[in-house]
Design a protein around this ligand. Structure first.
Ligand code: GDP
Length: 297
């Protein structure tokens, strides 16, 4: 379950202060030491933890909190609000272009769940806002990727645009957008190539696609279970491509939560969706407030 480990740690720490009628500055400090350790063990970025602790402390030792009737609960409320802020505050929705189609580039490293997420997102868009997506097979290097997307398209009964593996991904993307215009489709979801590691060729190709189709969204798909590695990947992709959002996959298996709690603060790119399983309906919009409440119980 998502955040299970972190949730358990934080909840047991906070339970010590929850019912307290009198909370001293020393109580808050002691509690925040434990919160700090819990976050570091959850693989939250070091600097993010430092800023978070200092923000909570500053607010929690304020007059209003310590002198309130339920100081313990007030402190927990502050922690909840700061966690929400850390994950982006307001929910960040997927773009809708003024003029259809909305073009979305799906980027990320191999194995992160990019192709699966492309299918899930198409399913989500149709189910929740009645949109008509076109899936685009732009990952021509991984032999199984085109087939995988075609299979997803079949399962969803949705069109897949493919020109095989001999045409450049830039050309594929360009023609796919043309096709979506002709057929009055609303979203073009371009599955791009992934590599095991970030390299210049990959980034160069992605930049070319970006320049050619001028996407409304560039969504980075990262595996939440890789913690700080996911955050580093997000930083690199963001530097090169100026991401508009992140999709955190495999949150269903991530007991720690380090990536979810660090990505926004480190890259200033919002998490827009979370993958919660392998099935096509296992994609949820990311709600920072609900996530914070889930962590704090
Ligand atoms: P790609 O190389 O980035 O295109 O990765 P794939 O889409 O092929 O996904 C790699 C593996 O991750 C597959 O086995 C997917 O079923 C799995 N996967 C993707 N998203 C999720 C998720 O949110 N939760 C879980 N548990 N598995 C996922």
């Amino acid at each position: 379950m998502a955040f299970e480990g972190l949730a358990e740690r934080l909840q047991s720490t906070l339970s010590k202060i929850r019912g307290k009628g009198v909370v001293s500055e020393a109580d808050v400090k002691a509690m925040m030491r434990e919160v700090r350790l819990a976050l570091l063990e959850a693989d939250v970025n070091f600097k993010v933890v430092k800023d978070f602790i200092s923000n909570v402390k500053e607010r929690a030792v304020g007059q209003d909190v310590l002198k309130s009737l339920t100081p313990g609960q007030q402190v927990i409320k502050v922690v909840n609000e700061e966690l929400t802020k850390l994950m982006g505050g307001e929910q960040s929705k997927i773009a809708v272009a003024k003029k259809s189609p909305t073009v979305v580039m799906m980027v990320g490293l191999q194995g992160a769940g990019k192709t699966t997420t492309t299918g899930k997102l198409a399913n989500y868009l149709r189910k929740n806002s009645n949109r008509k997506p076109l899936l685009v097979a732009g990952d021509i290097y991984r032999p199984a990727a085109i087939k995988q997307l075609e299979t997803l398209g079949n399962q969803l009964n949705m069109p897949v645009f493919s020109l095989g593996d001999q045409v450049s991904p830039v050309e594929i993307a360009k023609q796919a957008v043309e096709k979506a215009k002709e057929e009055h489709l609303d979203y073009v979801l371009i599955d791009t190539a992934g590599r095991l590691h970030i390299d210049e060729t990959l980034m160069g190709e992605l930049q070319q696609i970006k320049e050619t189709v001028n996407p409304d969204e560039i969504l980075l798909v990262v595996d939440a279970m890789t913690g700080q590695d996911a955050v580093n990947v997000a930083e690199s992709f963001n530097e090169q491509l100026d991401l508009t959002g992140v999709v955190l996959t495999k949150l269903d298996g991530d007991t720690r939560g380090g990536a979810a709690l660090s990505v926004k603060a480190v890259t200033n790119t919002p998490i827009k969706f979370a993958g919660m399983g392998e099935k096509l309906d296992a994609l949820e919009p990311f709600h920072p407030d609900r996530m914070a409440s889930r962590i704090l119980g």
